[in-house]
Design a protein around this ligand. Structure first.
Ligand code: GAP
Length: 464
């Protein structure tokens, strides 16, 4: 088969997401709310599959990891202890003419070359701006930027119903701190012994200066984070273990192509203040390589800070040798929505068929695909519709399936290709005679004929 892998640009991916009910612009009927997105019926299925697979491989299949679900709003002191109040900010400038707001570090990296801003202070970035006199990318004004300043990314809201008693809290900018503040609860109630991890999935909020690139960087997003607590001195080994495990999950379980993934170690001057080593798993997004998964060796920073600010003893006691210490932490932190973008970019293909026609196909691994099986009657009439419905109702007890009886069969196949459905089952006149159906496989488009009684075993084998 003649096949042409076309450049899967972000525009095409956004279009298929909208057209096929994966992702819609947020608040669309009111003119939208910039950089917010709503996930449609197929999008939510993919997100749920990704969350389920993450939980399965990072919690259920690990004897050394348990899960929690902490509050989204935490005592404000948590964010002082963690350093977010003083350090969780990005440097910004505004254009005095058109009021466009820019992240100085990203702007300079674009103009001066990747990583120009790494390790540079606010004053150094300011100096570079003054020297180069770049025009505003929006209105073209020269030398019209305000002084660079830090902008804290946490969203503030008022907690409490009465004005007198209410106070400011932050929407969490990461799920990690909810884990740290529950470390003692978990280790004392769940018989966990170090080394062990605590995992959490949930929403985080960051008032990003330049939210952009579809769902890559948004102000509301979901994270899947795990804090793995280990004995000081063992962190290097655990760091490597978790980097390898995360990479294995992306390639072997989700089926992401290896050549679209790479590991990037952070240079010393790039490390966050709490980290002694960080590696990013990067994905080759349609707009270039970008961070997908950050894996950090966070030392004992967070627990030490929470011990200091809360006044509680957060040390771990090793009963076997009576050692008492604050554990070190390895943190694989993944953004669900960014993973969604990687998965859909990886799956997206425009294929030229033998007859010269083009088809858009999402080559999801069956375990990630939103719909696993579509069932069609060749025609609605002559009892074919009833038979197809019967098969559909049986299959839907085991897999997320869809029934479609509208339009030409070729068009129905194309629609399922664009949704990424790995298998279509067609009921025709022969079915009524011999109880066989046609199964059509999405990627090869090959068709085979099997008995209805074999369908369950057939799919059990193929959809895991
Ligand atoms: N607890 C550590 C932490 O949150 P991070 O590198 O700031 O580390 C982890 O975030 C992951 O969360 C990133 O690798 C990315 O996948 C995702 N993420 C971060 N900010 C995001 C945003 N504004 N929109 C979408 N995903 C984001």
């Amino acid at each position: 088969m003649a096949k042409e892998k076309e450049d899967s640009s972000l525009k095409q991916i956004i279009a298929v997401c909208k057209r096929r009910g994966f992702v819609y612009p947020g608040s669309e009927i009111y003119g939208g709310l910039s950089n917010t997105f709503d996930y449609g019926p197929y999008g939510i299925e993919v997100l749920n599959n990704l969350k389920r697979l993450w939980w399965e491989y990072f919690v259920h299949r690990r004897e050394d990891v348990v899960g929690i679900d902490s509050s989204l709003m935490l005592n404000p002191t948590v964010w002082q202890a963690s350093g977010h109040v003083s350090n969780f900010s990005d440097p910004l400038i505004d254009c005095k003419s058109c009021k466009t707001r820019l992240r100085v570090d990203q702007f300079l990296d674009e103009k001066m070359g990747a990583n120009f801003s790494v390790g540079k202070s606010l004053a150094e970035m300011q100096e570079a701006l003054h020297k180069e006199k770049f025009p505003c990318p929006n209105c073209g004004s020269l030398d019209s930027f305000t002084e660079a300043r830090q902008f804290n990314l946490m969203f503030k809201t008022s907690y409490g119903a009465s004005e007198k008693e209410s106070f400011d809290v932050y929407l969490r900018p990461e799920t990690a701190q909810g884990i740290f503040i529950n470390f003692k609860n978990v280790y004392t109630t769940c018989r966990q012994k170090i080394p062990f991890g605590i995992a959490q999935i949930g929403k985080s909020f960051r008032n990003e200066i330049m939210a952009r690139q579809f769902v890559f960087r948004t102000r509301e997003f979901e994270q899947m984070e795990m804090e793995f607590f280990c004995e000081p001195g063992t962190q290097k080994e655990w760091f490597k273990t978790w980097v390898d495990y995360c990479m294995m999950w992306l390639t072997d379980i989700l089926g992401i192509q290896k050549n679209n993934l790479k590991l990037r170690d952070h240079a010393k001057e790039e490390l966050s203040f709490y980290s002694e080593a960080t590696s990013d798993i990067e994905y080759k997004f349609p707009f270039g390589w970008g961070e997908l998964w950050g894996i950090a060796s966070r030392t004992d920073y967070d627990l030490s800070q929470h011990e200091k600010f809360s006044g509680q003893d957060l040390k771990y006691i090793d009963q076997t040798n009576n050692k008492k210490y604050i554990p070190y932490v390895i943190e694989p932190a993944l953004g669900l929505n960014r993973l969604f973008l990687a998965i859909i970019s990886d799956a997206y293909e425009e294929e030229k068929l033998e007859d010269g026609e083009m088809r858009t196909v999402l080559r999801f691994a069956p375990r990630v695909a939103p719909i696993k099986i579509a069932v069609f009657p060749l025609m609605k009439k002559d009892g074919l519709g009833e038979k197809a419905k019967e098969i559909y109702h049986n299959l839907m007890q085991h897999w997320n399936a869809e029934y479609d009886e509208g339009g030409a069969i070729g068009k129905r196949y194309r629609r399922q290709d664009e949704i990424g459905t790995p298998f279509c089952v067609t009921v025709d006149y022969d079915t009524l005679q011999d109880n066989t159906v046609t199964i059509r496989e999405r990627d090869s488009m090959k068709q085979e004929r099997i008995f209805i009684s074999q369908l369950k075993t057939y799919f059990m084998d193929k959809i895991v």
